[in-house]
Write a protein that binds this ligand. Sequence first.
Ligand code: FES
Length: 120
Amino acid sequence: MARRDGGGGMATDETAWLRAADEVDAPALVEVTIDGRVVRLPDGEMLAASLLAAGYAALNGSIVQGEPRGPFCLMGSCCQCVAEIDGVPQVRTCRVAVRAGMRVRRMMDASPVRPPDAVA
Ligand code: FES
């Protein structure tokens, strides 16, 4: 097994991170409703990342013509990931943790920031 000592005082084994990953317990899956469909997502993980992993890349429509948009920055800056959560519109899903019973509605057809004269 190769060892690497970068001279920084910390010798590392190249496979140490793999063993560490094996030692981490995977979070329990909880049921969340997305557009009325029940899906199981990892409890406590960030909602945007969990939705991406579950195949939900588009969470809302663009402000002009409604083109699908989804998480981009994953750190709360771009607002591309907004969705309705438990009846509250425009929630940044990258800033919310998954919890059991959460109701998510994608805002594909009703962007709250769409100007009134925009092409539908
Ligand atoms: S992905 Fe950019 S604010 Fe959520």
